[in-house]
Design a protein around this ligand. Structure first.
Ligand code: PMP
Length: 378
């Protein structure tokens, strides 16, 4: 009944999406690296206006090329430089709409990148770190692309030498999450200069808006770099599904060919409308990122004070362990208190939990559960 390839699939397992708790209350959800704040009011108003003033628009297909949204995303990046921790009009970026490819979430963008740039046969493979975002091996398996993994150091720092050596020795592409998942640790973009020049390399910047820098300035020098980004984290759009690739125009053209061979209209009218408005509200998003980063730093300090090991994060989450306690035990303790965090069953991650940074109230509730009575540093 089924095609044989279906039996070979090994799908990605996302963070738990729970129903209501016993008693009807909902969980505090700190397990999927979502943003605790709503999207910009400008985005909400734009969608409300469309639904009120022009509901018949929903009966028409959306713009297949999302031209206005691509222009808005390029302008957003030129304004922020690709980090919302320190948006600066002096970013020095000059991205144009033909350098932006939009997708139904960055997972879809990644899938198109794998299809467009990584071969299933021949001497090349894709080199990734281990651990990293666990969707990469899923796509490699889906398309039958050979994948090699370079282990991180035991303290989860990236072994940049080994990654570059691995890519150069096999003349291969790399895929790198920067900041990495699930650790939150980031590397300096200068590393990318040492990679083989004739292969496409992918940097997944899902969390870069919370970090110190982005690789976007390298696009001016590197025709073979593809930078994947998402509206799901810093822009509060996880429920809308909007991700993108920033790259030079020939790469964007190849991705567009793949998209149009798969789904001509991946972005619906509401997402395009909301996305355009959201791109115009940098102050809203910069303030949310500021609050999240402040919580990340002070909550991390509290955990460290009470004996936890907390990796230095540049993302909207912390990866932390309490020596002597398994990640699963912490997860269960939090769940009993109505808070969901993420744990990972296999070494070397099984001692850790990944904690998404929520609102001040949510983090206070988690603190009560994990580190009661520890004063917050000022
Ligand atoms: N890349 C990384 C590193 C992620 O952690 C995620 C979120 N699970 C994604 C990409 C995908 O995000 P989305 O599809 O919501 O844009």
């Amino acid at each position: 009944m089924f095609a044989q390839r279906v039996a070979r699939l090994a799908p990605y397992v996302p963070g738990e999406q729970p129903g209501p708790r016993p008693g009807g209350r909902s969980y505090v959800k700190l397990n999927a690296n979502e943003n605790p704040y709503p999207p910009s009011p400008l985005a909400v108003q734009a969608v409300t206006r469309l639904l009120t003033d022009d509901p018949a628009r929903l009966a028409r297909y959306p713009d297949p090329d999302s031209a206005a949204l691509r222009a808005a995303v390029a302008a957003l990046l030129n304004t922020t430089g690709g980090v919302l921790t320190a948006p600066s009009a002096e970013s020095g970026l000059h991205l144009t709409p033909d350098m932006i490819f939009l997708a139904n979430g960055s997972d879809e963008a990644l899938s198109f990148l794998f299809y467009a740039f990584f071969d299933s046969e021949g001497r090349h493979c894709i080199v990734q770190t281990a651990p990293t975002y666990s969707f990469y091996p899923v796509y490699a398996g889906f398309y039958g692309i050979p994948l090699c993994a370079v282990p991180l150091f035991s303290d989860f720092r990236l072994d940049t030498g080994a990654l570059v050596k691995g890519a150069n020795e096999t003349d291969s592409s790399i895929i790198l999450a920067n900041p990495n998942a699930p650790t939150g640790m980031a590397i300096n973009r200068a590393l990318l200069r040492a990679l083989p020049p004739d292969r496409v390399h992918v940097v997944d910047e899902a969390y870069a808006d919370f970090a110190a820098e982005s690789a976007l300035p390298l696009l001016a020098e590197f025709p073979n770099l593809a930078i994947v980004r998402t509206f799901s984290k810093s822009m509060s759009f996880a429920g809308m599904r909007l991700g993108y690739v920033a790259a030079n125009p020939p790469l964007i053209a190849a991705l567009t060919t793949v998209k149009n061979s798969f789904n001509h209209f991946p972005l619906d009218v509401l997402t395009q409308t909301a996305g355009i408005a959201a791109c115009g509200d940098v102050p809203w998003y910069a303030e949310n990122v500021r609050r999240i980063v402040a919580q990340r730093e002070s909550f991390g300090a509290v955990l460290r004070h009470s004996g936890w090991q907390v990796l230095p994060s540049q993302a909207n989450f912390l990866f932390a362990q309490k020596p002597g306690t398994s990640g699963r035990e912490i997860y269960e303790r939090c769940k009993a208190a109505g808070i969901l965090v993420r744990h990972f069953p296999t070494p070397p991650l099984d001692g850790f939990v990944r904690i998404t940074i929520g609102t001040a109230e949510e983090m206070a509730a988690l603190e009560e559960c994990l580190a009661p009575g520890i004063p917050r540093p000022l």
